[in-house]
Design a protein around this ligand. Structure first.
Ligand code: ARG
Length: 464
């Protein structure tokens, strides 16, 4: 019986009684960390190749390990692999099976290695793959939103501050605001990736190892950008996971803000958009209802992802150097963060591509609330008035329009002239929605031409 097979009886000769069943379940992680199996095998193959290259194990051992791990891979992929709670985690399960298949050679794999540097390596490899998948989805979402923006550069909607009508904006411009946010999310993930992609293996339990390991070789084999340069730090810190969770939280927060807008825009009071039916749900009691469940859930799931970030930070804060079992608790929040973010992004790519815009309703809404009052002030400034005086003059004009229950553009020229004699007929163009929009051609402004320029910028950047 190999030592790992004996584990159900106890860890080693040192233990005089087997682990209690309750403790076994409490400490085991295999139910969730088996997700790391591919990374675990990848790391083991690189470690074994290095051990052979350094003459620590024989070439025949390497061959047996490679063949054995290939078999383990097939067994896991086909579902034939038997995961055992007794073997605690993904690492011990795979190593035990390898040893059944490869005998002595299997027992040599763990030379110069501990589960502490092994697990840190596995999570980093796994997370690197997730970051790449999420980054692709963020690019897809940006491309989709750029498409909507291009189509709606000329669609006017009320822009809000304090959720009060402020100034008219292009709906395309509004969409591009989210493109900017998701571009930064992508950037943040790529930046975090560099720090995820560093190799802990070789740190062993905590102090490094006495075997002549070539850590740089292992890093190259695994496509990692560098080697963790302090063994205590390598096995213990999970800051890379926390950083990732923070970037993921921000991405979810951005999705959540968009969700909140979709919910508002879909409501009868706004009526700005329709979501494709396959993204909405009905009510079991009110037959007229179509509910924006997807954006609402995305908004809700943001709380869950932010919760994982806080969980991971809290997990780390009290830990002395070096490895502590607390760190086993990093996995479920990390896994759930990735699953939630990926599902959310996937669904948003599709949903936003199917967005139906009611341009007429947006335009009607932009005509309410004196959205172009600033344009009248700007008009007066161009006639030579100091801005503060113009601001005051327009306030009087708005007051007059309010008491007549009409828009500024509906006040006759003679009335407008009472507020300032310099006002001419061309003021009506300046106060129109299109006039207001077109005037804001400054870099980053809402003029349709500027929106199209930004669309071109994003298309070039995203390569589409
Ligand atoms: N399952 C453990 C984890 O996720 C692996 C490392 C265990 N190391 C140890 N010394 N008990 O962190």
């Amino acid at each position: 019986m190999s030592q790992l097979d004996q584990k159900s009886q106890g860890w080693s000769a040192l233990f005089s009684e087997p682990m209690s069943e309750l403790v076994k379940r409490y400490t085991a992680s295999v139910e969730f960390d088996r997700r790391l199996w591919r990374a675990d095998i990848e790391g083991s193959l690189a470690h074994a190749a290095m051990l052979a290259k350094q003459g620590v194990i024989a070439p025949a051992d390497l061959q047996a390990i490679q063949a054995g791990l290939a078999q383990v891979t097939r067994e896991i992929e086909s579902g034939a692999f038997e995961w055992k709670l007794d073997l605690e985690d993904v690492h011990l399960n795979i190593e035990a099976r390898l040893t059944q298949i490869a005998g002595e050679a299997g027992k040599r794999l763990h030379t110069g290695r501990s589960r502490n540097d092994q697990v840190a390596t596995d999570i980093r490899l796994w997370l690197r793959g997730e970051i790449d998948a999420i980054s692709l989805l963020l690019v897809e979402l940006q491309k989709t939103l750029v498409g909507v923006a291009q189509q709606h550069a000329d669609t006017v909607m009320p822009g809000f501050t304090h959720l009060q009508v402020a100034q008219p904006v292009s709906f395309g411009h509004h969409m591009l605001a989210y493109v900017e946010m998701f571009a930064r999310d992508h950037d943040r993930l790529q930046d975090a990736r560099r720090r995820v992609n560093q190799l802990p293996l070789g740190a062993a339990a905590l102090a490094g190892t006495s075997y002549p390991l070539d850590r740089e070789f292992v890093a190259r084999e695994l496509g990692m950008e560098g080697v963790c340069r302090n063994s205590l730090d390598a096995v213990s810190d999970r800051d890379f996971a926390i950083e990732f969770a923070s970037a993921a939280s921000l991405a979810m927060v951005h999705v959540s803000r968009l969700s909140e807008e979709l919910v508002l825009w879909m409501s009868q009071s706004f009526g700005f958009i329709r979501l494709p039916d396959r993204f909405t749900t009905g009510s079991s009691i009110m037959p007229q209802k179509k509910n924006p469940d997807v954006p609402e859930l995305a908004r809700g799931k943001t709380g869950r992802v932010v919760g994982h970030l806080v969980g991971l930070l809290t997990l780390m804060k009290g830990q002395p150097l070096a490895y502590n079992k607390d760190n086993q608790e990093d996995k479920e929040p990390l896994f759930d963060t990735c699953d939630t973010l990926k599902d959310t992004l996937r669904i948003f790519v599709e949903m936003m591509a199917g967005l139906e815009v009611n341009a007429a309703a947006m335009e009607q809404a932009a005509l309410k609330g004196y959205a172009t009052a600033t344009d009248l002030a700007d008009y007066l400034v161009k006639k030579g008035l100091p801005f503060r005086d113009a601001h005051e003059t327009v306030a009087h004009a708005v007051k007059a329009a309010t008491s007549h229950k009409c828009d500024l553009t509906e006040l006759p020229l003679a009335v407008l002239k009472q507020f300032n004699a310099a006002i001419e007929k061309d003021v009506y163009d300046a106060m129109s929605l299109r006039g207001s929009l077109n005037a804001r051609g400054v870099l980053g402004g809402t003029a349709p031409a500027q929106v199209q320029a930004q669309v071109a910028h994003h298309r070039a950047r995203l390569g589409n």
